[in-house]
Design a binder for this molecule. Structure first.
Ligand SMILES: Nc1nc2c(ncn2[C@@H]2O[C@H](COP(=O)(O)OP(=O)(O)OP(=O)(O)O)[C@@H](O)[C@H]2O)c(=O)[nH]1
Ligand SMILES: [Mg+2]
Length: 229
């Protein structure tokens, strides 16, 4: 028996950036070979009393038309790029952002730079678990996208969505760097997103009464003021 999901989270981004790998890592706790996604697929995640559906979409151009359908009434969209591929960040703005028009008005956005394990940056951060980093490792790639690039894009996304920046979560909190391969920051990413969207469901579920409470509070405040002056 499948319960109706309370909210939807959607992963978007170019092919090969690691959307499927991130979702596997989070849900199945491992990194395994993937095949390029056809269409889309979803997982259900129980988070406290809530059911969250997490949608994995295909980055390949031929499936592009499906994107806005997957985003319909989404509560959160995880825009994923590859830190070693600047083009994959540019594609988010050029090709994927427009697909999010169908998302919920209060949709939360996260920007995720995946494959951080491939870069020198990762070694420098001492993520090798006490092991000595291999010095001058030839296998390491140059990091093409810096966190500041992602933060700048995040701010442009908020403009595009016409969200007042003072009401949106801070840009640096919404830009993540991950490795689906090692698991670095993967739980943190999904859990941060879930924790941010839960208040939105709570608000939605209590829609009518919520307004009443706000009115009552305002009223109370006024009363108190007039009482003491
Ligand atoms: N080194 C490294 N490789 C990764 C990482 N994440 C994914 N990969 C590899 O990158 C390739 C693409 O990963 P996928 O998860 O299939 O990418 P995708 O975004 O789902 O691609 P589409 O389904 O075509 O849109 C695979 O060979 C993965 O093994 C990572 O964090 N580090
Ligand atoms: Mg995939």
């Amino acid at each position: 028996m499948m319960k109706k999901p309370d909210l939807k989270v959607v992963l978007l981004g170019d092919m090969n950036v690691g959307k499927t790998s991130l979702l596997h890592r989070y849900m199945e706790r491992r990194f395994q070979d993937t095949v390029s996604t056809v269409g889309g697929a979803f997982y259900l995640k129980q988070w406290g009393p809530y059911n969250i559906s997490i949608w994995d979409t295909a980055g390949r151009e031929q499936f592009h038309g499906l994107g806005s359908m997957y985003c319909r009434s989404a509560s959160a969209i995880i825009l994923t790029y590859d830190v070693c591929n600047i083009q994959s960040l540019m594609e988010l703005e050029d090709r994927f952002l427009g697909l999010t028009d169908t998302a919920s008005d209060d949709c939360i956005f996260a920007l995720v730079g995946n494959k951080i394990d491939l870069t020198d940056d990762y070694e420098a951060d001492g993520e090798s678990d006490g092991e000595k980093p291999r010095r001058g490792s030839a296998s390491k790639l140059r990091k093409q996208v810096q966190n500041e690039d992602a933060i700048a894009l995040y701010k442009r996304i908020m403009k595009y969505r016409m969200v007042d920046e003072t009401h949106a979560p801070a840009a640096d909190k919404m830009c993540f760097e991950t490795s689906a391969k090692t698991g670095y920051n993967v739980d943190f990413l999904f859990e941060s997103v879930f924790n941010m969207v839960i208040p939105l469901i709570v608000k939605k579920k209590a829609n009518g009464p919520d307004d009443t409470v706000i009115l009552a509070q305002n009223h109370h405040e006024k009363k108190t003021k007039s009482g003491c002056c």
